[in-house]
Design a binder for this molecule. Structure first.
Ligand code: PLP
Ligand code: LYS
Length: 430
């Protein structure tokens, strides 16, 4: 029988049981649900800040200069971005929308890396106008387009070439990005050629090499493999006269969802920086772009059990959160631990935890042994990353509320969407 992380919740700092009661910092999950309803995403401020500080400390332990850039796509709530901006972090973005959020949250454009395989001309122009620090370019066509946009804007765009190092990060195929069959990055050969071409383009300046090999990676080896290939390329480019100021290693460090044991930021960064120094590149800036490992285990999704239902072959717990609120299980068959806000003794049944959406893929967890009653409040753990940001309005369901816990204080950082808001901008025909 599957047992998931009970009674202690390892890997989830500041989210744990006190007796049989689940608390996020000093606030009970039940109190959050009573005040703000369900489904609701709840984040621990201390957990986010400590995760960020573990990266800063790992960076400070080395003589190599490390630029910290939080990947906004993991969780883009303004309050989350504000916490990181206050800690001095910059940001990794993939759209003008994310860039606008960063600016609205008090982030500095000069500490923003613009990633993504499909940047529009409008997005490039906005990023140039506000002065982002670097564009991570992923194709010859994108480089040409950026040169044109920069010319029209009268600016010079600082550029890093994102290389696809063709390494297997050992993660889910949908979140692997560094294989040659993936759409991301430029092959090593093509990158070397493109580096030469940048010298001919007046409105772009090559300053870096970037890579990002995937997400939820739980070992260091694929990063070292990718790094060696990136450093080979840097050597090759500098031999031909380029001046590479920074090496961007991307993000991707995994978290514990059930029983994974990923390296800590220190265990991840230290061998990479050591390799960079050993190969003679220790005076370059190293950029990192973590997302999930900052916010993933700082958040839970609270959901209320509506009905328990048994068929001849299965027990179902129908809850008020669905795949529109948290799509990771439906999309990647992701396993996230599910726990009761108030644990009770009794004999457990194995439940599939399913939502109200009209799709058979609308499941949040499968075969979980729980002692459940209708009306019980559940917490889906590890929901701080790629949770709310991937939520949709399918079935005209308003997206959940978001709440930040700081000690004994719960602050609503985004109210629940109402159905009226969903269709407010739609128009009836004349
Ligand atoms: C370019 C880039 N940087 C950083 C990240 C953040 O990754 P993660 O949340 O796995 O740390 C991603 C997402 O995979 C990405 O595509
Ligand atoms: N959305 C994915 C991660 C994608 C990372 C972005 N490249 C997840 O939930 O695991």
């Amino acid at each position: 029988m599957k047992t998931l992380l009970l009674p202690a919740l390892p890997g989830h700092p500041h989210i744990d049981y006190v007796g049989s009661t689940l608390k996020i910092e000093q606030v009970t999950a039940s109190a959050v649900a009573a005040e703000f309803g369900t489904p609701t995403y709840v984040y621990s401020r201390a957990s986010i800040e400590e995760a960020a500080q573990r990266y800063s400390q790992a960076a400070q332990a080395s003589s190599v200069h490390v630029a910290l850039r939080y990947a906004v796509k993991a969780n883009s709530n303004l309050a989350v971005l504000q916490l990181l901006a206050r800690l001095g972090w910059g940001f990794d973005i993939v759209s003008a929308g994310e860039l606008k959020r960063v600016l609205a949250a008090g982030g500095e454009a000069g500490k923003v890396v613009f990633s993504g395989v499909g940047k529009s001309a409008d997005d490039m122009r906005f990023a140039l106008d506000v002065g982002v620090e670097c564009f991570n370019v992923e194709s010859p066509s994108e480089l040409a387009a950026l040169n044109r946009v920069a010319q029209a804007a009268g600016k010079v765009a600082r550029v890093a070439l994102r290389v696809n190092p063709d390494v297997d990060a050992g993660t889910h195929p949908y979140i692997s990005t560094g294989l040659k069959t993936n759409k991301f990055g430029i092959s090593q050969d093509q990158a070397a050629q493109l580096a030469l071409q940048t010298a001919q383009l007046e409105q772009v300046q090559l300053v870096g090499i970037a890579c990002h090999i995937g997400s939820q990676i739980t070992t260091v080896e694929p990063y070292l493999d990718a790094l060696d290939k990136v450093l080979d390329l840097v050597e090759q480019m500098e031999h031909k006269g380029a001046k590479i100021e920074h090496i961007d290693l991307g993000g991707g460090l995994g978290i514990r969802y059930t029983d994974e044991t990923p390296p800590t930021p220190q265990e991840w960064l230290s061998p990479l920086l050591a390799r960079i120094s050993a190969r003679g590149f220790g005076h370059r800036t190293v950029v990192i772009e973590p997302g999930r490992s900052i916010v993933g285990n700082a958040g839970v999704l609270l959901t209320r059990t509506l009905f328990l239902k048994s068929t001849p072959v299965k027990h179902f717990a129908v809850v008020d959160a669905g795949m529109n609120d948290l799509i990771r299980p439906a999309l990647y068959s992701a396993e996230q631990a599910v726990v009761l806000a108030e644990q009770r003794e009794g004999s457990a049944l194995k439940y599939d935890i399913v939502g109200p959406v009209c799709e058979s893929a609308d499941w949040l967890a499968r075969d979980r042994a729980l002692v459940l009653e209708e009306g019980d409040l559940l917490a889906i753990l590890s929901s701080g990353a790629y949770g709310m940001v991937m939520a949709s309005n399918y079935n005209s369901r308003g997206r959940p509320a978001e709440v930040m816990i700081d000690g004994a204080t719960a602050t609503l950082i985004r109210p629940r969407e109402t159905p009226e808001q969903l269709y407010a901008s739609e128009r009836l025909l004349p």
